[in-house]
Design a protein around this ligand. Structure first.
Ligand code: ADP
Ligand code: ASP
Ligand code: MG
Length: 406
């Protein structure tokens, strides 16, 4: 007998028929003698609808109240799924995050999980119940409802698996595993049987939203066996996220291409080239709680230099306003911005032992006439910032250049 945590995403529970399907899958696992804890997302589109509704009332929604509203999406699904399970004779009980007691910090809309009280769950599991938990939500110390950031049900699933020391955490979604890139953009993308935590972390942080990055961090930290599978297929092993690199196979140099449309670039031109520039510019940005991604400081000439960095597109206007103030204090010449950019990245642990990956990437893009605006590299990834209009082309070209379709 195994204890399995299964997480079903929005599309997988997108309508009553699909919810009934999910119930049948769960019942099969239970019939095999396993204990099952299920974590569900809101039905597809619901969270977006709730956010839009909130914005109709308050353009910049109050974070506490937004969490109150957004968390209702998942609450609907747990009720429906528990009913569907009972309807086919499977004892089940729904729990909100607060009822489990998924304790988080109080950072509304992007709270972090601090602890999970698994005692109640264990009691119900031992009594033969299927536990159905609302993903994406928790409560803070004072009982306020919090949410974990978009895509956060993945993290709820993994965190529950860690707390319960589950044998496996299965993430059921609308694709049958992790692919070499988003199969919606490149139909030739291939499913990976395994991917290392290290690579999956990079892929997730660079924009592959098949798993929320925190869920991968959590799984790595607490050694949760994590697998991505399709909720629409009965067969298949999905993709296993592994600690070890697969030594048996020849390691491909690149494992995947990730991309993110959600980027914007800011530049401060003509900054007096003196010590402390980076601190003055980025300190002000950090004080406003804005995350900075890539940073470039140009070589100075004539006593001045240019300083560029990228932020999340949602923070673009705010960052631009801050830089206007910084410009005046620093005596810089001009602030420019570009919110129509994207980031495309090649990821692979095999890169460590293979020089020339970057030049191959740059050549492939140059051959298509795609101009690179910024570059950043680490041991296992190379990212480029491009004009947004080249995103699909660049992803396809790189996928082919690194022979990921073979
Ligand atoms: P869910 O609602 O189940 O959480 P998501 O939409 O959050 O599903 O994530 C699944 C989607 O992630 C897929 O439909 C796919 O378009 C996208 N995706 C992006 N990159 C990848 C990748 N490398 N492999 C698989 N899917 C990916
Ligand atoms: N429903 C939430 C969202 O759309 C959480 C999730 O789906 O994981 O972001
Ligand atoms: Mg998701």
């Amino acid at each position: 007998m195994a204890l399995i945590v299964q997480k079903y995403g929005g599309t997988s529970v997108g309508n009553p028929e699909r919810i009934k399907n999910v119930a049948r899958r769960i019942a099969r696992f239970q019939a095999q003698g396993h204990q099952v804890v299920v974590v569900v997302s809101a039905m597809s589109g619901e969270t977006n609808k709730l956010i839009a509704l909130a914005k109709e009332v308050q353009a910049n929604p109050d974070p506490r109240e937004l969490d109150m509203i957004m968390s209702t999406g998942e609450q609907v699904t747990i009720g429906l799924l528990a009913m569907a399970l009972k309807d086919i004779g499977c004892a089940a009980k729904s729990y909100t995050g607060g009822q489990v007691k998924v304790l988080t910090d109080n950072t509304h809309t992007k709270a972090r999980i601090l602890s999970i009280d698994e005692a109640n769950l264990r009691r119900d599991l031992d009594a033969g119940q299927v536990i159905v938990v609302a993903g994406f939500q928790g409560v803070d110390e004072e009982g306020n409802i919090t949410t974990l950031g978009r895509g956060g049900s993945d993290t709820s699933g993994v965190a529950l698996a860690a707390a319960l020391k589950a044998d496996e955490c299965q993430i059921y979604t609308d694709v049958d595993g992790v692919y070499t890139t988003d199969p919606r953009v490149v139909p030739e993308a291939r499913k990976l049987d395994t991917i290392t935590f290290e690579e999956m972390l990079e892929m997730a942080s660079l924009g592959s939203k098949v798993l929320q990055i925190r869920s991968v961090e959590f799984a790595g930290k607490y050694k949760v066996k994590l697998r991505v599978l399709s909720s629409f297929q009965d067969e298949g092993e999905g993709t296993l996220i592994t600690v070890e690199e697969d030594k048996k196979m020849e390691q491909p140099i690149i494992s995947g291409i990730a991309f993110n449309r959600d980027e914007a670039k800011l530049t401060v031109l003509g900054v007096p080239d003196t010590p402390g520039i980076a601190y003055q510019i980025l300190g002000a940005i950090a004080d406003a709680n804005i995350d900075v991604d890539m940073i470039i400081q140009n070589v100075g000439h004539d006593g001045t230099t240019d300083f560029s960095f990228t932020v999340n597109r949602g923070d673009f206007a705010k960052a631009q306003a801050i830089l206007e103030t910084v410009k005046t204090t620093m005596g810089a010449r001009e602030v420019t911005g570009d919110s129509k950019i994207c980031k495309v990245s090649a990821v692979g642990v095999g890169m460590r032992s293979h020089p020339g990956v970057a030049s191959k990437m740059f050549k492939a893009l140059a051959d298509e006439g795609i101009n690179i605006k910024m570059i950043s590299t680490s041991e296992i990834k190379i990212s480029v910032v491009l004009d947004e209009k080249y995103l699909e082309l660049a992803v396809r070209v790189l996928h082919r250049a690194f022979e990921l379709d073979q």
